[in-house]
Design a protein around this ligand. Structure first.
Ligand SMILES: O=C(O)[C@H](O)COP(=O)(O)O
Length: 230
């Protein structure tokens, strides 16, 4: 049986402030740091070891991974970072407070933007300072790959390219893998692995800083999954 561990980053400063984050590169809050360290301790106590890690290009996921690996004394393992594991791009909503946005546009509209499978949030314009094409870390992306806003469906499409090309071969070679990513990029992966129907994915919420352990058969079909909680 193959074990794969997913972890959503610990609480970020914008989770705490209830702001749409997406590709904004905000840091962990103090609570987020504590969550990440506690997750690392739990993994160590449960006997997990890793020899390969994957994360996004965003510091809240990178730092969470570092804190987990530090607690496990495994900071030496290779870490592969990709934009394909980034949070879903929240378009022109990035930076806005979620409650204020609901008061302005209505709860129902905000729920659709947050949890529908294929309705995008309002897009950025290319001259917006938040446009990722201005950021050197995304210099290798084509214009078509640089999002103005993403649906969860778009996030599934770009994440699963990395899953199929990089993570699947690594798991099949016997590597013990941890993936540190984001609420919606992990919802995308869970949807894909568990074949969750489009109209059921809105119900899936992934908590911050809690390892989610998948048990997979040799063809990477999920046999079960559980959260590693205290
Ligand atoms: O990008 C964000 O704002 C969060 O990481 C996830 O937010 P959501 O729960 O509104 O999708």
């Amino acid at each position: 049986m193959i074990r794969l561990v997913l972890i959503r980053h610990g609480e970020s400063t914008w989770n705490k402030e209830n702001r749409f984050t997406g590709w904004t590169d905000v840091d962990l809050s103090e609570k987020g740091v504590a969550e990440a360290r506690a997750a690392g301790r739990r993994l160590r106590e449960a006997g997990f070891v890793f020899d390969q890690a994957y994360t996004s290009l965003l510091k809240r996921a990178i730092k969470t991974l570092d804190l987990v690996l530090d607690e496990m004394d495994q900071l030496w393992i290779p870490v592969d970072k990709s934009w394909r594991l980034n949070e879903r791009h929240y378009g022109a909503l990035q930076g806005l407070n979620k409650a204020d946005t609901a008061a302005r546009y209505g709860e129902e509209q905000v729920h659709i933007w947050r949890r529908s499978y294929d309705v995008p949030p309002p897009p950025l314009l290319r001259d917006d300072p938040r446009y990722p094409g201005r950021d050197p870390r995304y210099a290798g992306l084509t214009e078509a790959e640089l999002p103005l806003a993403e649906t969860l469906k778009d996030t599934v499409a770009r994440f699963t390219v990395f899953w199929d090309r990089i993570i699947v071969p690594s798991l099949k070679e016997g590597r013990k893998v941890i993936i540190s990513a984001h609420g919606n990029s992990l919802r995308a992966l869970v949807k894909y692995l568990d074949h969750i129907p489009d109209d059921k994915i809105a119900d899936l919420e992934i908590p911050t800083g809690v390892p989610l352990v998948y048990e997979l058969d040799p063809s990477l079909v999920p046999l079960g999954k559980y959260y590693l909680e205290d």
